[in-house]
Design a protein around this ligand. Structure first.
Ligand code: SF4
Length: 331
């Protein structure tokens, strides 16, 4: 049986200021086994990055209120003191941020930035020479000649900078890698290269991964499980087969599939989902997708849909109330 690595249980995140309360993440739960990859998909503002920052313990302290549990290797990270979290970050859980242009320190060479991560989490008690050897190894692993370690970030292209970020993230061989839209800021021409590289490295090291993206193509290529996020909720979850092969879907997921350009279609316009996500400071009393949903019923305006489970597949939508099965397997 696969070993459970991460359990996110009923997590809620609010950003509270004097003026308003933003309901960023609303009661989400999912699990991840060692070596598995889950894709969290959704449009901008759905709560994907807040979910990642919650796991990393990097939410802005003064304004964020978090409830629930994030159990990683048996320990609740939400109750772990900051001092201990500093050891978890980088060593056990690493994150690749969205924008490689702003994630690196411009006045430190890339080699020193990778070495810094190794020195901070020096679990193997490596000495200087061994650290430099490891820097050379990780640079080679991400396809950068080790001689370039003495160069500064501005001497690298966007794609190469993202490779450096990946090298830093993988330097300490973390058990969990969170990739937050790792290719969004990159040219289309190198997106595929970076995704293939992350996938190869993950397979080689058996690292579990949370892939945050709005691109269903990336999910199909890299993930074992999928969670579709909308207005801070996981509205559909399942295995990659549940999402890509099963014809039953939440209307939002149907909309996501419908807005993918089809090279074989003669359509002259794309088919976007009309409307916008609800204001997170004022979520509607019923279904969050009601204003944009072509199947809206009167119950949808007033009653929030619960999750209906079909084996490993779960959909939060009143349309599935009749098809509901009693069998529940958490993905
Ligand atoms: Fe549409 Fe109602 Fe389902 Fe929401 S619950 S997605 S409004 S049918």
């Amino acid at each position: 049986m696969s070993e459970k690595l991460l359990e996110v249980k009923n997590v809620n995140v609010k950003y509270v200021t004097d003026l308003e309360t933003v309901h960023a993440v609303n009661d989400i739960s999912f699990e991840l086994n060692r070596g598995e990859t889950i894709g969290i998909v959704g449009e901008t503002g759905a709560g994907k990055t807040t979910t990642a920052l919650t796991i990393m313990g990097l939410l802005p302290e003064r304004v964020s209120k978090v409830q629930g549990e994030v159990i990683f290797q048996g320990k609740d990270l939400l109750k772990t003191p900051e001092e201990e979290m500093q050891k978890v970050r980088g060593e056990k859980i690493a994150m690749i941020f969205q924008d490689p242009m702003t994630s690196l320190n411009p006045v430190i060479t890339v080699g020193d930035q990778i070495a810094e991560a190794l020195e901070l989490h020096n679990v193997d008690q490596l000495k200087d020479k061994a650290i430099q050897k490891r820097v050379d190894e990780v640079l080679t692993m991400v396809g950068i000649p080790p001689q370039r370690k003495i160069e500064f970030p501005h001497q690298f292209s966007g794609g190469m900078k993202q490779r450096v970020i990946i090298a830093i993230a993988l330097a300490c061989e973390p058990d969990l890698l969170i990739a937050d839209e790792p290719t969004t800021a990159l040219d289309v021409t190198i997106q595929a290269q970076v995704i293939n590289m992350i996938r190869d490295l993950r397979d080689r090291h058996g690292t579990a991964m949370i892939m945050i993206t709005h691109d269903l193509g990336i999910v199909a290529q890299t993930c074992d499980k999928v969670a579709v996020m909308y207005a801070g909720e996981l509205i559909e979850t399942g295995t990659v087969e549940d999402i890509f092969e099963n014809p039953d879907h939440h209307p939002y997921t149907v909309g996501l599939f419908g807005s993918i350009p089809d090279i074989h279609s003669k359509a002259t316009r794309l088919n976007p989902i009309p409307g916008l996500m609800p204001d997170p400071t004022e979520l509607p009393p019923g279904c969050n997708f009601a204003d944009r949903c072509p199947h809206k019923m009167s119950i949808c305006e007033t009653v929030p849909p619960k999750a209906f489970h079909f084996g490993t597949h779960s959909i939060s939508c009143h349309l599935f109330a009749e098809k509901d099965s009693t069998r529940k397997e958490v993905i």
